[in-house]
Ligand binder design. Structure first.
Ligand code: HEC
Ligand code: HEC
Length: 244
């Protein structure tokens, strides 16, 4: 059989090329695999997981919830109830003893960037008591993705004094094009929620979380994929909407 002089060299080089191509394809697809939808679903679970899951809904109070705090039953199982809308726990808006949501637990901000496997395990520990009866592996994974990747450093944008570092004029443009069809120019159009102006004034942190993640079980969009400043500017505008 005829073989070119450098037969083995050609084989070796072709093999190297094939390996490199395979490796690059795997790398590129991994690097670009987009999990934004799961991060956002995790944000909705953080808000009120049992509103959008199919598992058991707890009837009693979470054993990890302090006896001395004010909530009972289902509410005591919401992530936000122990860790806050600003993710700062006792260092944030819920850290004030007079707040009806006070638990004195720390926030989740320290777990930004943490390993998702570790976060999933921690949700089954005695501080949490979630089980496979409550949520599926996907639910736990989405929660972990939100904790690790979906949080922003909220105090950078909204102070403890509720000062919002956003441009209300710019926010009005966003609001009047993105939110207005559902909420109306005055934020009063949806009748089964308080006026948006009141929601934003009472809790700008919750408003920011919901603008970025949406509202559990509702058709409201999530602005997570847009630059954070867009959402912050919208909060700044929402503050100016009528309370009554
Ligand atoms: C009943 C109160 C309670 C609820 C509800 C709760 N947690 Fe926690 N969480 C805790 C406590 C207590 C700790 C431990 C804090 C410490 O180490 O001081 C903790 C710790 C954490 C941490 C680690 C933070 C860090 O920096 O080490 C993460 C992440 C976390 N929780 C996520 C969640 C998520 C996600 C949910 C909702 C699925 C949730 N938690 C619901 C009480 C709660
Ligand atoms: C497709 C319609 C739709 C769009 C667009 C929409 N929302 Fe909503 N939004 C809703 C619905 C429905 C609810 C749930 C009302 C309820 O709780 O009954 C809601 C709830 C909220 C809440 C929580 C209110 C509460 O009391 O829990 C906030 C805050 C909010 N929207 C702000 C916004 C902002 C700001 C925008 C624009 C960035 C926006 N929404 C865009 C439909 C929409």
């Amino acid at each position: 059989m005829y073989k070119p002089k450098n037969f083995y060299k050609i084989i070796r080089q072709s093999f190297l090329v094939i390996v490199t191509v395979c490796f690059s394809v795997t790398f590129i697809t991994t690097a670009y695999a987009d999990d934004s939808a799961n991060v956002v679903r995790g944000g909705l679970l953080y808000d009120k997981w049992y509103g959008i899951t199919n598992g058991d809904i707890p009837s009693g109070t979470n054993p990890a919830y302090p006896d001395t705090s004010k909530k009972k039953g289902k509410d005591s199982w919401r992530c936000k109830e122990c860790h806050g809308w600003d993710y700062q726990g006792n260092k944030g808006a819920y850290g004030n003893k007079s707040n009806s949501h006070f638990t004195n637990y720390k926030g989740i901000a320290g777990a930004m960037g943490a390993d998702t496997g570790k976060i999933m395990n921690l949700l089954k520990d005695k501080n949490h008591n979630y089980t496979d009866k409550h949520m599926t592996a996907t639910d736990f994974m989405d929660l972990a993705l939100f904790v690790s990747k979906g949080q922003v450093d909220v105090p950078k944008y909204i102070g403890l004094n509720k000062a919002v570092k956003g441009d209300a004029k710019q926010g009005e443009i966003y609001y009047n094009t993105i939110c207005v069809n559902c909420h109306g120019f005055d934020g009063k159009k949806i009748k089964d929620m308080p006026n948006l102006g009141k929601v934003a004034q009472d809790n700008p942190w919750e408003t920011l979380h919901k603008i970025r993640m949406g509202q559990p079980g509702e058709k409201m969009p999530a602005l997570y994929a847009l630059p954070i400043q867009v959402s912050v500017d919208i909060v700044a505008h929402a503050l100016s909407l009528p309370r009554e």
